[in-house]
Design a protein around this ligand. Structure first.
Ligand code: ZN
Length: 275
């Protein structure tokens, strides 16, 4: 699943490709994907004639700002945007097509069909579900150790599960939680409200650093993930624990182990992250 760095990379590449382009028509092949409005014809009508003004990101959501509306899009497991010439064939996984005045198309493909789109009047999107429930934005200058500590103090879940909760902090998924916990030397099964202030401070720093490094590298390309221009992210070469089960830790040379925490495959160095 694309996480914050991958979505940020998609945002940046799509911005170069579709900014100031006007939508002439929208065609939806999988209506269930459109969550707001609940009438898919209305969705298409509302978007026709609108111009892409900017693309932003909140957590793992893309926000396409148009003249009068904001399109909030979540890629979920396998959603992908691409920009094609209209004469290029679509695949059976192409579910939404935004025809542009310049003769090109923004296409949304999704093998699993789990992705979602919400269209709201411009400026109201942050007060509506799904964005309204999101926790702090980890790369925002406002994000602070206090903001991280507050929700962690209220839960007895494992720290790994708490960090995957998008209401605690937005944008983290399985890869970057494992990496951030390793950097902070915190064991993923540690109870969230038992973390010391020093551990929370370390975690705060490591979350920011891990995400910044990953954004810089264009995200990871575990499995089939590619960005909006079809390029692979390079961050997988910098992973310390994720996907490295049985390999030596870069810090202590002991073996990385895999366990399951809260139903999710979890990668830990038991020496660097004592329980
Ligand atoms: Zn280690």
């Amino acid at each position: 699943m694309p996480e914050l760095p991958e979505v940020e990379t998609v945002k940046r590449t799509l911005t170069e490709l579709i900014m100031k382009e006007t939508i002439t028509k929208v065609s939806v092949g999988w209506p269930k994907m459109i969550k707001e409005p609940d009438d898919v014809t209305l969705f298409s009508t509302m978007m026709a004639g609108q111009t892409f003004k900017s693309i932003e990101r909140r957590g793992k959501f893309l926000i396409f700002r148009l003249d009068d509306y904001s399109l909030v899009s979540h890629l979920r497991m396998e959603g992908r945007y691409s920009v094609s010439n209209s004469d290029e064939p679509t695949t059976k996984h192409t579910h939404v097509r935004f025809f542009l005045a310049n003769g090109k198309e923004l296409r949304y493909a999704d093998v699993r069909k789990f992705g979602t789109m919400h269209l709201f009047p411009l400026g109201t999107e942050c007060q509506r579900l799904p964005l309204v429930k999101l926790g702090p934005e980890p790369l925002s200058p406002d994000f602070s150790p206090v903001q991280l500590k507050e929700p962690l103090q209220r839960t007895t879940r494992a720290i790994k599960s708490a960090l995957l909760d998008q209401t605690v902090v937005a944008g983290l998924g399985n890869i970057y939680v494992d990496e951030a916990l390793f950097k902070a030397r915190v064991h993923p099964e540690k109870t969230a409200n038992m973390l010391t202030d020093e551990e929370i401070e370390q975690l705060f720093i490591s979350i920011k650093q891990t995400l910044l490094d990953a954004v810089k590298a264009g995200g990871s390309s575990i499995k089939s993930y590619v960005n909006g221009q079809g390029e692979m992210g390079m961050f997988q070469q910098q992973l310390n624990v994720y996907g490295r089960t049985g390999e030596p830790c870069h810090t202590c040379d002991n073996m990385i182990v895999r366990s399951v925490v809260g139903g999710r495959g979890t990668h830990t160095c038991p020496t660097c992250q004592p329980s």
